[in-house]
Design a protein around this ligand. Structure first.
Ligand SMILES: Nc1nc2c(ncn2[C@@H]2O[C@H](COP(=O)(O)OP(=O)(O)OP(=O)(O)O)[C@@H](O)[C@H]2O)c(=O)[nH]1
Ligand SMILES: [Mg+2]
Ligand SMILES: [Zn+2]
Length: 220
């Protein structure tokens, strides 16, 4: 006999995600799920995005990590509400974790909630959290071949951020091959080369996100 436990887990997750989504829409919040490998620059990109958009939007962050509150402390140091989720071993976030984190946020005041998923290119793609968009970051040092090896995350992302672009001369990263493979997997997703820590070229990405926030406000 074979027991498949993945389906019931995913079904329960989807049900709670739909409830999360109803909460976000009732409060008029746009929610972004940011996915990437460990160290690709999720927290740095969130800080750069906050710097670009905090004058226009009220922002909060949910940080997902297996352990520690290092990332939430980095965000909170900039005066932005940040809630840390420790998964205690799970390599992705699930909807019930997001639901519990929401109770620590003043939802009525927010326009944008950014969720930093656990560093992982695989299972975060399978778990809908109620977000309006999933976006992924690949950093230059990881190599241009990653879309061949992890196609799922490139397919589900609505935009692809190419971070640590300031290091492109140091690595043998073939940007045109990377763009070609990404566009074959996901023709609609824009690719935004940025340097999160230097703040270079963050504007185009931030404007894309602002466009999504405005479109969502107009819809709800
Ligand atoms: N040169 C360069 N370094 C960067 C850039 N963005 C991030 N880093 C560095 O990369 C390291 C990891 O950055 P984080 O923002 O912590 O990455 P993360 O994806 O949030 O990491 P985890 O949460 O641990 O998975 C840090 O040492 C950053 O300073 C960039 O654009 N250029
Ligand atoms: Mg981080
Ligand atoms: Zn996982």
């Amino acid at each position: 006999m074979q027991i498949d436990i993945s389906r019931p887990i995913l079904d329960k997750n989807e049900r709670l995600a739909a409830e999360n989504r109803a909460i976000f829409d009732a409060a008029g919040i746009f929610v972004l799920d940011l996915m990437a490998s460990p160290g690709a620059g999720k927290t740095s990109t969130i800080l750069a995005t906050i710097a670009a958009l905090r004058g226009r939007y009220s922002i909060a962050v949910i940080e997902g990590d297996i352990a520690s509150s290092v990332d939430a402390e980095k965000i909170a140091a900039h005066g932005i509400p940040a809630v840390q989720i420790n998964t205690g071993g799970a390599c992705h976030l699930e909807s019930d974790m997001i639901r519990r984190a929401l109770s620590s946020l003043d939802l009525g005041t927010l326009d944008l909630l950014i969720i930093e998923n656990v560093g992982n290119l695989v299972c975060p793609t399978e778990f809908y959290l109620g977000e309006h968009a999933k976006v992924m970051i690949l950093s230059v040092p990881e190599g241009h071949d990653k879309p061949y090896k992890y196609p799922g995350i490139f397919q589900i992302a609505e935009a692809v951020i190419l971070n640590k672009y300031d290091t492109i001369e140091v690595f043998d990263f073939d940007e045109s091959e990377f763009r070609q493979v990404v566009s074959s997997l996901n023709p609609k997703a824009p690719v935004f080369p940025i340097s999160a820590t230097k703040g270079d070229s963050v504007e185009l990405w931030a404007e894309w996100l602002a466009g999504r926030i405005e479109a969502n406000k107009a819809r709800t």
